[in-house]
Design a protein around this ligand. Structure first.
Ligand code: KG4
Ligand code: ZN
Length: 343
């Protein structure tokens, strides 16, 4: 079975072919075109994203098919991100996918972007299978999930304000490091002294008990404000920059590691699947892997290429949806997250 995936939810135009010949899913091609224009504005401008998708979508899909050595007629299923994301950007991918599906008579399935991030990790690491704790941290979302089986997602916690990647982006801008902030803040933090700035660990304190509504939830806005105050108070920002970046990153990592290990301990899972753009952060991977090792648990993280938005994960989720097709689906449970239930 050959699945063509299409992803246009934010600022990457991507198309990919994932093939399954019975021996497991394989990425036959994956084209990712990152939109550069948003750097100028230090954030994604929705209208510019939609227009850039419109220009790129045709060539990107053709390239993905050519790289896989496939004609459109050989595609068995078209899978497209239907949400969440920027509405104008999503419309470009969904309209294009509908057009392909109508023209070639190929079935079409809409995919939830966040479910797909979990499948992205599984493409790189075949051991990333349920049951696991899922941590999805991207520019738009931060979720902690219990995943007893594919298709069964229990929301443990989420951010109450900024997503983790968004906080990295804002701190990157604040420190004058440019956009997107994640990679540049991480690089700056490597030269930073962890003792120079100690920022608050939001929503993390010893008195929290399982069942408290902030036990798993995240919040980034207070931490961001603390960084703003420290930047304003700095007499020499050039000298303080790496230390500020380090203080911020350490605070984020402490919270993510603590909330993830709480979930592991409470639910008795032995695997953590990481996904989303922030999964590129090496310090996060190392801190999580070290904390998991003390519990005999393992971390499953995607390669940087499949951490950020890509259509291979959309196609992989499409394969799963196709396999599920024979089973009864509760249509009311499909959005905002198929199979999502409160834990
Ligand atoms: O998943 P993604 O490509 O797009 C969304 O769905 O949002 O994630 C992009 C986010 C950006 O906020 C970016 O700053 C962040 O991932 N990111 C990182 C790193 N690389 C990318 N955050 C922290 N450390 C990194 N090395
Ligand atoms: Zn994403």
């Amino acid at each position: 079975m050959n699945v063509l995936g299409i992803e246009t939810s934010c600022d990457e135009t991507s198309a990919a072919v994932v093939a399954d010949d019975g021996a497991g899913a394989r990425v036959a091609s994956c084209v990712i075109l990152s939109q550069d224009v948003h750097r100028v504005y230090q954030g994604v401008v929705p209208e510019l994203a939609s227009r850039a998708h419109l220009v790129a979508i045709g060539p990107v899909v053709s390239r993905a098919l050519a790289d896989a050595g496939l004609a459109l007629e050989a595609v068995d299923l078209v899978a497209v991100t239907e949400g969440p994301g920027l509405i104008g950007a999503l419309l470009v991918g969904v309209s294009y996918a509908k057009g392909l599906s109508l023209a070639a008579g190929t079935p079409l399935v809409g995919i939830h972007h966040l479910e797909a991030h979990l499948f992205g990790t599984a493409l790189d690491d075949p051991a990333a299978v349920p049951p696991f704790i899922g941590l999805i941290v991207s520019g738009g979302h931060s979720l902690l999930l219990d995943v007893p089986a594919w298709g069964d997602y229990r929301l443990l916690g989420a951010t109450r304000d900024d997503a983790v990647g968004e906080a990295f982006d804002k701190v990157g801008t604040l420190l004058g490091l440019g956009y997107p902030g994640g990679p540049v803040v991480e690089r700056a933090a490597r030269a930073g002294d962890p003792a120079r700035f100690r920022f608050p660990r939001p929503m993390l304190h010893a008195r929290q008990q399982p069942g408290d509504d902030d036990y798993f939830d995240l919040s980034m806005s207070g931490l961001k404000t603390a960084v703003i105050h420290a930047v304003k108070a700095s007499a020499d920002l050039d000298a303080d920059r790496p230390h500020l970046a380090r203080g911020f990153q350490d605070a984020v990592l402490d919270v993510l590691v603590a909330k993830t290990t709480r979930a592991l301990d409470l639910l008795g899972r032995t695997r953590v699947v990481l996904g989303g753009g922030v999964a590129c952060n090496r310090a996060l991977r190392e801190a999580l892997a070290a904390a998991l090792a003390t519990r005999g648990a393992t971390l499953h993280a995607p390669s940087p290429r499949l951490s950020t938005d890509n259509a291979a994960m959309i196609a992989r989720a499409g394969l799963f949806r196709a396999a599920e097709a024979g089973r009864p689906v509760d249509a009311s449970a499909r959005l905002p997250f198929p199979g999502l239930a409160a834990a």
